[in-house]
Design a protein around this ligand. Structure first.
Ligand SMILES: C[S@@+](CC[C@H](N)C(=O)[O-])C[C@H]1O[C@@H](n2cnc3c(N)ncnc32)[C@H](O)[C@@H]1O
Length: 217
């Protein structure tokens, strides 16, 4: 009797898991990519920061999101999944390594999110100059010294009230002093800390800035 009950519970749990996977096909790909990044030591934001990033996207309800630093698509998967759930918005993500960009594209496809995502290959400092505004959400994660030139290039194409998130504001703060000085003096900006528990960092921060009064092209 007890064995039959346990079996029934296990079947119910398996059915619930299968239903959850069917409702959210990106979830399994996110887990898989996270594992691959840790094993292959491909830097990515990690789950804690990704959950917060997804929450910020959910609240902002952006039409256009730009990400600089795709790697193999981990953070992009979290962003694109929110766009899909919201039923609006698209992601343009920029990666300098053609090989990584290719892997990211494959991951977006596997997660059923590829129609919402454009992967551009090149130096984000140059590629952002070609992008049209208004941009509602910007996520920078491509070498902290690149953040300031990227923001300056894009600033006039940010929508009023756009959200700009910069990764590594803890471990990379020294390399992004110019960026931090700019957003902290010009916009509503705060540093959010996370226990990330990644092989390469235990604690890090993201700088979350809300752009105010910025002219939109
Ligand atoms: C920390 S990883 C990005 C992780 C990714 N955002 C995630 O969380 O899954 C940084 C990526 O930026 C790329 N990168 C470095 N400099 C770049 C540049 N100037 N333009 C575009 N990508 C760049 C690197 O090749 C690397 O894949």
């Amino acid at each position: 009797m007890k064995a039959a009950f346990c079996m029934a519970m296990a079947l119910l749990a398996a059915a619930a898991a299968a239903q959850a996977a069917a409702n959210d096909p990106a979830r399994a790909v996110i887990d898989e990519v996270e594992k691959a990044c840790v094993e292959r030591r491909i830097y990515m934001i990690g789950r804690k920061k990704a959950e917060r990033l997804a929450e910020l996207v959910r609240r902002a309800k952006p039409e256009v999101v730009v990400e600089c630093g795709t790697a193999i698509g981990y953070s992009g998967l979290w962003i694109a999944r929110e766009l899909k759930n919201a039923g609006r918005g698209r992601l343009i993500t920029i990666e300098i390594s053609p090989e990584r960009a290719k892997q990211a594209e494959a991951n977006f496809r596997k997660a059923g999110l590829d129609k919402l995502v454009t992967v551009k290959v090149g130096d984000a400092r140059q590629v952002v100059k070609e992008l049209k505004g208004p941009i509602d959400f910007l996520f920078v994660d491509c070498g902290s010294s690149n953040y300031y030139p990227i923001l300056i290039s894009l600033e006039r194409r940010l929508a009023s009230g756009a959200v700009v998130v910069a990764d590594n504001a803890g471990i990379g703060a020294a390399g992004m002093k110019d960026y931090l000085k700019h957003v902290r003096s010009k916009y509503n900006s705060r540093t959010e800390w996370f226990d990330v528990n990644l092989p390469w960092a235990k604690r890090d921060a993201m700088e979350v800035s809300e752009m105010r009064g910025v002219a939109t092209e």
